[in-house]
Write a protein that binds this ligand. Sequence first.
Ligand code: COA
Length: 161
Amino acid sequence: MEIRDATDADWPAIYPFFSAIVEAGETYAFPLGLTSDEAKGWWMESAPGRTVVAVADGVVWGSAKMGPNRPGRGAHIGTGSFMVDPAAQGRGVGRALAGEVIEWSRAAGFAGIQFNAVVETNRGAVHLWRSLGFEVLATVPEAFDSAAHGRVGLHVMYKKL
Ligand SMILES: CC(C)(COP(=O)(O)OP(=O)(O)OC[C@H]1O[C@@H](n2cnc3c(N)ncnc32)[C@H](O)[C@@H]1OP(=O)(O)O)[C@@H](O)C(=O)NCCC(=O)NCCS
């Protein structure tokens, strides 16, 4: 599997799983019902941020975005977001994307990586981030309206680099 910078030409492959994941209502608080053009603005980063894709056999199976969590005097802490096509989840794509985000963030000089809103019932993601050295700093109670579980907490997770 190759992880490389995403281009505009990759977006038609990303949008279907972006949309499926957001509309499923379990992991992300992006606006609902985004058109392809609208969603592209939320996902495709430009410098100083970056969006990558994970590609195998010519197929885009996942994507991640990364960059400063805050501008200006908060810009030394990075952040990241991850989406793997539901058809390919559980096969190591997410772990590979996370490794890329950590290594890129370290090389770019970020002091740490903050995940702002990890849904507490998203057990796969919480397990993956913990295994990579992220800790839960706090949980904002009932901050996410899960389609299946109702209002659940959002973890702020952090890894020092
Ligand atoms: C979370 C996500 C990025 C993980 O990517 P993935 O390719 O499915 O995960 P991987 O195959 O790399 O698995 C990594 C680890 O997480 C575990 N895992 C993944 N999904 C899981 C699930 N649903 N339940 C339990 N564990 C899970 C795997 O067992 C694996 O652990 P291990 O290496 O100790 O065996 C992906 O499932 C996804 O895009 N989910 C929807 C969007 C989302 O939740 N994004 C993250 C928001 S914080």
